[in-house]
Each structure stands twice: as structure tokens, then as C-alpha cells.
Design a protein around this ligand. Structure first.
Ligand SMILES: NC(=O)c1ccc[n+]([C@@H]2O[C@H](COP(=O)([O-])OP(=O)(O)OC[C@H]3O[C@@H](n4cnc5c(N)ncnc54)[C@H](OP(=O)(O)O)[C@@H]3O)[C@@H](O)[C@H]2O)c1
Length: 233
């Protein structure tokens, strides 16, 4: 198998750091380029880090082609400080990452979106995620995978009260309803990361429209794909 080149946006985040860990554990990627304003401390010859503001992404040049682009960017309204600042990260930077992938003729653009992504959704968050998905697809990368998890399970350095309350409630309910594999169930961030990488390495596609292959992965598909890359039954 030809060894691949990956670009990863959001390597310092919960899912992004787990994607990086999974990419490094495989002997499939010849290079993994991290692009962002800061980077995890890592010494591996396959990893190169480009430090820049994502406003300047169009000026970034790589010396080689790209196969897969993983976009794990995101913020919260509280961290961003305003709706505009939130939109800049969760929409503008993600769309810029898709444009970057298209520029480099990347085969596959994979992005963490949300189960709530909906252009006509009632919350600002849903609408932004829906708009981001639409604008990412419009960039025209030939293969796009949109991860659509519900609440993420995982350890963070920062405290996010809303998410912690959601996780506590979910930990009570989930043992009784996880068999349903409902799309709203919380999911370990590691499963999302593993499924993202499994999807990059897989060849199965869900739907093909006007030459573009688009796949949206929710709870059930994420759990199954994550198992496949871990070698679980
Ligand atoms: N939390 C949930 O329960 C949940 C549920 C469903 C979907 N999602 C979505 O999943 C995605 C990933 O979530 P996550 O929890 O893994 O994210 P996270 O831990 O908050 O990490 C976000 C990443 O985005 C980067 N980023 C944020 N603002 C930036 C800026 N201004 N410039 C450059 N980089 C910036 C961060 O880099 P720095 O380290 O430099 O800040 C970090 O690497 C997000 O889009 C989120 O909306 C989350």
C-alpha cells in the first residue's frame, strides 16, 4: 500500500489529539502535517508542525501532495466570546481547511461536525454546523466524511459545565438504552477519532452525488468503524 500524507487541523483538541495518536500508531502515513496556532509536544520524524493563524491558511505551502485532511477544529461560545468569533472558528476555519484540501487535490476531507448540524435548526450552534457542512461540501473535495457525534465523552483540561451535566445525565441513562444505538447517545471522543481514521483508510462510500462522495457518520456507524480499526469484533 502506498504510504499516505495527512494534514491535521486541531491536533491540540480532544478529538484531534486522539486522531494524531491513532495516525501515529499506524504505519500507513509517511507524513502528518499539523497546522494551527499551537501544537502538542511531539517528537516523531513523521510529524511536521506549521504554526500560523488559520486566517493565513491560503498562504501555507507544503512540499508534497496530500491524501487525507482531518479537520477537528471547534470552539465554544463561551471560549470564543461572541457569536462572530465562534463562527470564525467553527465555520470560516473549517471551510478554509476544506479549500486547502481542494487546492492540494486531497483525496479525502474528514471533519468533525455534530449530530445537531442543521441549516434550519433552532439553535445558533445547529445552524452554524449546518452552514459549515454545506460550505465545506461546496469546496468540492471529491470525498468528504462528516462525523456527526452527539455529546463527547473524554477528559479535558478545561471545565465545561453544560457538557459535564450532560455527561452525568447520560451516564445514568446510557446503560439502559445504549442497545438502541440512537444517534443522540454520548460517545467516547476516542471512538470518533478512531472511526475518522478508519474512514480515511476504508473505501466504502455511502452516497455519490454529482461526482462527490459524501458520507455522514453518526453513533452506530462511528461505533462500528472504531471497532474495525481496533481489530474488535
Ligand atoms: N464537545 C462536544 O460534546 C461535541 C459534540 C459534538 C460535536 N462537537 C464538535 O467536535 C469538534 C471537535 O471537538 P473537540 O471537543 O475535540 O474540540 P476542542 O477540544 O475544543 O479542540 C478544538 C481545536 O480547535 C482549535 N481551535 C480553536 N480555536 C482556534 C483558533 N481561533 N485558531 C486556531 N485553532 C483553534 C484548538 O486549538 P487551540 O489548542 O490552539 O485552541 C483545538 O485544537 C468541534 O467542532 C465541536 O463543535 C463537539
Amino acid at each position: 500500500m502506498k504510504r499516505r500524507h495527512a494534514v491535521l487541523f486541531g491536533a491540540t483538541g480532544l478529538i484531534g489529539s486522539l486522531v494524531l495518536r491513532r495516525l501515529l500508531a499506524l504505519n500507513v502515513y509517511e507524513s502528518i502535517t499539523l497546522i494551527g496556532r499551537r501544537h502538542p509536544e511531539i517528537t516523531d520524524l513523521r510529524v511536521e508542525a506549521i504554526t500560523c493563524s488559520l486566517d493565513e491558511l491560503a498562504a501555507v505551502r507544503l512540499p508534497h501532495a496530500i491524501d487525507d485532511v482531518f479537520c477537528c477544529l471547534g470552539t465554544t461560545l463561551k471560549r470564543a466570546g461572541s457569536r462572530e468569533a465562534f463562527y470564525r472558528v467553527d465555520h470560516d476555519f473549517c471551510v478554509a481547511a476544506a479549500a486547502f484540501a481542494k487546492n492540494y487535490a486531497a483525496e479525502h476531507f474528514l471533519m468533525v461536525s455534530s449530530v445537531n448540524a442543521d441549516l434550519k435548526g433552532i439553535s445558533f450552534y445547529s445552524q452554524v454546523k449546518g452552514q459549515t457542512e454545506a460550505d465545506v461540501l461546496a469546496e468540492g473535495v471529491s470525498r468528504v466524511t462528516l462525523m456527526q457525534p452527539s455529546l463527547l465523552e473524554g477528559e479535558r483540561d478545561e471545565i465545561r459545565f453544560g457538557e459535564e451535566i450532560g455527561q452525568t445525565l447520560m451516564s445514568v441513562i446510557k446503560p439502559f438504552v445504549s442497545w438502541t444505538q440512537a444517534q443522540w447517545l454520548s460517545i467516547p471522543a476516542a471512538s470518533v477519532a478512531d472511526a475518522m481514521v478508519a474512514s480515511a483508510l476504508g473505501v466504502d462510500a455511502q452516497s455519490v452525488a454529482s461526482g462527490q462522495t459524501v458520507r455522514r457518520l453518526r453513533y452506530k456507524e462511528i461505533v462500528e468503524l472504531a471497532k474495525s480499526i481496533r481489530g474488535e469484533a
